[in-house]
Write a protein that binds this ligand. Structure first.
Ligand code: SF4
Ligand code: SF4
Length: 442
């Protein structure tokens, strides 16, 4: 670790938040990277200490060791709920990564441009997603994923193909009729509300970027459950990204720009509530007030929109119970970090799944533990991500479940891909997809 004779203090505005850490160490057992690496600098307390050193000018923000320990953080926020001082670790991590991006050279900044283009330019993004869907439909990703030996750590390409293959619809039979109906109605609507009485309640549905690109079946399933509640829906434009991936990577300006676009789209929808099925998206939108607190035009609008968003499980569990067909199976629930730790939503998905007759629902033994997906972490930090994933897969085997349910695209891809490449006969499914596939009204 190097110190500089000319100290810079890029995290100085966060010093009050940093000083709320009293170094008690209660967060250490909750941290997956500390569990595996056993190093203080790879624990929440250690990383906060390094951020404080930067804020106080004792450490340069572009110090390589600082960057290494920040990069190893999953951003899972498991350290937040267990912290007696209420340290806002997730927000501090985003600021620290943002300062590193600002201080980085042109080459590092240029490396983020493809992500900005893919998620920031809707038309480029839509083309990219369509190409990925075609590749998925070819069956090649699945063949590549299954080609290696079981138990052997997969390379980047094989795991990426496995992640793509893991996005295929699971409740295929049950949703077939819906997809036919959807084709008759057109691929998407943004202006006209559908479902429910014309003067009835209206909610906006987030199509999203990854969710629209690779999990449209889950978006359709969400819409069906909302309609089954007699509520009308209006869809936000496809490809519209919430900015979560950019914020996690420290590309804060792009994240804020995407948040402004999202706020305008939600306001224009005419709905008084936004329902999303992606834990990462609902967590990000709930944080918009924080992201845009220095923007005089958007600050209040961001806070208002943050209060309008509901995760689909959070919304559905408050509504009248729907009728589901029975399913004789044993299901393991794994909590997405950005649902459990960032939004503190624990029981609603389990309570909803428990409404299915004959379905035995159990939480995985360490359901609160990250699966190692964490945005692009699963691809960029393969070794550490694989170590974390193998523990999760061990719990899946130990619990002897037929299927794993989890409500976030990254987790679905990570666990689904892990099962594929390690030849474990368990599929990962979004709880909403499973519920919609069993709706009695079909
Ligand atoms: S982050 Fe919270 S739990 Fe962890 S050492 Fe600091 S005060 Fe203690
Ligand atoms: S966000 Fe997760 S990986 Fe990062 S310090 Fe907190 S518990 Fe550890």
């Amino acid at each position: 670790m190097t110190t500089s004779s000319v100290p810079s203090k890029p995290l100085a505005p966060q010093i009050d938040d940093l000083l709320t850490c009293v170094h008690c160490g209660f967060c250490l057992p909750a941290c997956p990277t500390y569990e595996i690496l056993g190093s203080e600098n790879d624990s929440p307390r250690g990383r906060l200490y390094l951020m404080r050193a930067v804020a106080e000018g004792r450490l340069e923000v572009d110090d390589r060791s600082f960057g290494r320990h920040l990069d190893r953080c999953l951003g899972c926020r498991a350290c937040e709920p267990v912290c007696p001082s209420g340290v806002r670790y997730g927000s501090l991590l985003e600021h620290a990564r943002g300062e590193r991006v600002t201080a980085s050279g042109p080459l590092v900044r240029a490396a983020g441009i493809p992500i900005d283009l893919f998620f920031g330019n809707r038309w480029l993004g839509l083309l990219g997603w369509l190409a990925l869907r075609l590749l998925r439909a070819s069956g090649i990703p699945r063949l590549i994923a299954r080609a290696g030996r079981a138990g052997r750590m997969p390379g980047h390409l094989r795991f990426a193909m496995a992640m793509l293959a893991a996005t295929a619809p699971r409740a295929r039979g049950a949703l077939r009729g819906v997809r036919r109906r959807r084709r008759r109605e057109g691929t998407w609507r943004s202006a006209d509300a559908v479902g429910g009485p014309p003067d009835g309640e209206l909610v906006a549905l987030l199509e999203g970027c990854v969710m629209w690109g690779l999990f449209r079946h889950v978006n359709h399933a969400t819409e069906r459950l909302v309609h089954a509640q007699g509520v009308r829906t209006v869809r936000l434009p496809p490809g519209l990204c919430c900015g979560a991936l950019h914020a996690h990577a420290g590309r804060l300006e792009m994240a804020r720009e995407l948040a402004r676009r999202m706020i305008a789209a939600i306001e224009n929808s005419g709905a008084r509530l936004l329902v999303t099925n992606s834990a990462g998206c609902s967590a990000a939108i709930k944080d918009y007030g924080e992201w845009l607190r220095d923007d005089p035009i958007y600050r209040e609008r961001a806070e208002r929109v943050g209060r309008l968003v509901r995760n689909a499980s959070e919304w559905l569990v408050e509504r009248p119970q729907l009728g589901y067909r029975s399913l004789s199976a044993r299901l393991g629930y794994d909590a997405p970090c950005h649902l459990l730790h960032a939004q503190r939503i624990d029981e609603p998905p389990v309570e909803l799944l428990a409404q299915v007759p004959d379905l035995e629902v159990v939480k995985l033994p360490r359901s609160e533990r990250c699966c190692g997906a964490a945005g692009l972490y699963g691809l960029l930090r393969r070794r550490l991500s694989e170590d974390i994933l193998l523990r999760k897969l061990g719990e899946v085997l130990e619990t002897d479940v037929d299927v794993v349910a989890t409500g976030n695209p990254g987790c679905l891809m990570q666990i689904g891909a892990g099962a594929l490449v390690h030849h474990i006969p368990v599929q990962a499914i979004h709880p909403i997809e499973l519920l919609a596939g069993l709706l009695e009204s079909d």
